[in-house]
Design a protein around this ligand. Structure first.
Ligand code: GLV
Length: 325
């Protein structure tokens, strides 16, 4: 009997072709998340699962999937999967690092430039017919060039943001679980500082950490209070890294310059008050959302899935300890 797999999102034909040839495949063909009950039902007889970031692959799903061998996540962050439980049950898990680095770094920079130059506000003003005259001191923003950028999380995406920041002649501070080696720091023109110093000295703070128990609410009331009154907070990582209620309060009181958010604490729901503020730009989790990158993510997830199902090591293995079981 052929191996059975489930893809919970709608992926282009050329991406899924290698799976179609090998496996009995079911795919959600709608551009919306697979209905939860449908997912629980369909996963029952599957050996392979290719879920989207919006699917919580938790105990409920794993309990319904006694034959599951491999979960190939569509995305680099895998906080949507209970990896500990998957490992305990002998299920391999993979993600898609690397292929979305540039797209996400581009979006972080887009948010930095947009929020500091009030792009969305300006567009709204013109469309609504409120652009009546030009004056030298009206509708001013803040410059990115020459400012201090604080990168929290110096992984692939953090480093790609630093590359772009050098072109804007920025001073680059970073904070990370592990300090990178001094040669690399020198080449990248980045300075390692503690979190407090980073928050106090940065004009732009960019969050680029994975969501873990340690990074949940990494930025809360206390951390926000350390930021400059003119500084901007950019989040292209995971919403739960910020205490969103605390952020709304700080933005409402104009205690920081503004924020650019691509992700939310209870995605897709927003903390009440967020949409009423004009000092924040809100995007629908599109850090990796370019055609080129989404195709690369799909292709890599497919490669991981095939490798795992064929008994090879998936190129982007998240829980190699599963093999010791
Ligand atoms: C996107 O958010 C990803 O983790 O791939």
């Amino acid at each position: 009997m052929k191996t059975r797999i489930l893809i919970t999102g709608n992926l282009p034909e050329n991406v899924i072709l290698p799976l179609k040839e090998k496996y009995e495949m079911e795919m959600n063909q709608e551009d919306r998340p697979m209905d939860r009950q449908e997912l629980l039902l369909r996963v029952k007889d599957k050996q392979g699962l290719l879920p989207m970031l919006s699917d919580s692959i938790n105990e409920e799903v794993l309990n319904c999937a006694p034959h599951l061998k491999m979960i190939a996540n569509f995305g680099v962050g895998y906080n949507n999967i209970d990896v500990r439980l998957a490992t305990a049950r002998g299920i391999m898990v993979s993600n898609t690092p690397g292929v979305l680095t540039d797209a996400t770094a581009e979006l972080a920079f887009t948010l930095m430039l947009s929020v500091s130059r009030r792009l969305v506000e300006g567009d709204r003003m013109v469309r609504e017919g409120r652009f009546k005259f030009w004056a030298p001191m009206l509708f001013l923003g803040r410059e990115v060039t020459g400012k201090t950028l604080g990168i929290i999380g110096m992984g692939k995406i953090g480093k790609a943001i630093a590359v772009r920041a050098r072109a804007f002649d920025m001073r680059i501070l970073y904070h990370n679980r592990k300090r990178i080696n001094s040669k690399e720091e020198e080449n990248m023109r980045v300075e390692y500082v503690d979190l407090k110093t980073l928050l106090k000295e940065s004009d732009f703070v960019s969050l680029n950490v994975p969501l873990t128990e340690e990074t949940k609410h990494l930025i809360g009331k206390n951390e926000l209070s350390l930021m400059k009154s003119t500084a901007f907070l950019i989040n292209t990582s995971r919403g739960q890294v910020i205490d969103e209620k605390a952020l709304v309060e700080v933005l409402r009181a104009r205690k920081i310059g503004g924020a650019g958010l691509d992700v939310y604490e209870n995605e897709p729901s927003l903390t009440p008050g967020l949409t009423e503020l004009d000092n924040v730009i809100l995007l629908p989790h599109v850090g990796s959302g370019t055609l080129e990158t989404r195709i690369k993510i799909g292709t890599l997830a497919v490669e991981n899935l095939i490798a795992g199902l064929e008994g090879r090591t998936p190129p982007n293995f998240v829980n190699p300890e599963v093999l010791k079981k």
